[in-house]
Design a protein. Sequence first.
Length: 269
Amino acid sequence: MTRPDTIVLVHGFWVTPRSWEHWIHHYEQRGFRVLAPAYPGFEVEVEALNADPAPIEAVTVPQIIAHLEAVVSELDRPPILIGHSAGGVFVQILLDHGFGAAGVAINSAPTEGVKVVPLSQVKATFPVLKNPANRHKAVGFTEEQWRYAFANTFGEEESRALYERYHIPASGPIFWGSALANVHPGKDDNWVNYDNEARAPLLFISGNEDHLMPPKIQRSNAKHYNAATITEVKEFEGPHLLPAAPGWEEVADSALDWALEHAVQPSAA
């Protein structure tokens, strides 16, 4: 197939496309076109979303997926899809829908059916799940909560700087919906077909010190895929905020090199 010339970076919750700023420049220096689309309504700066989180409260997973699919559909050839945290789920859904030449899910949240719930994840997500009223609003982290969930390998000052640079509230409705995905009857928004033989190759990357989405979640998620399509797991040193942690260049290069090696032409969506 023709070598992919575009990389689409999908951000997760509690951050915006700004969290990919280092990777965008790094991949452009390697000669790729790089797109980092925001969720619908998230096109403004971090500071604006912190001041008015209404777009965060309004967005839904189907809207996010439809927007990402529209972005990818406009490209001349299938891109490499790389997602972080919830973005890793959205990459898996896009691959399942027939988009992308290869996908990488970094410290991904689990798709439906992955029931591993480590204690560190319980602690990291407690600020959102402790109050049922959070199901209807945007919920942010304090600096201390951010450091535990995203930046536990950073010093206090470094974590605070990252918090001020990247942090926004997360969608309580979406987060509660994903947390209850294994309880609701039927398919939820984070469902993928684990038996899809037409899916492009998928790599899970995990940070060995990630509190929010620990490595066992990535391993469990990968094991759910039953199809013969390539599904692999790699582990690196680092926290949940792996795209900004020391050594991020190695992670970025490893993700891209793996995707280029395994890229295929998927069936049409």
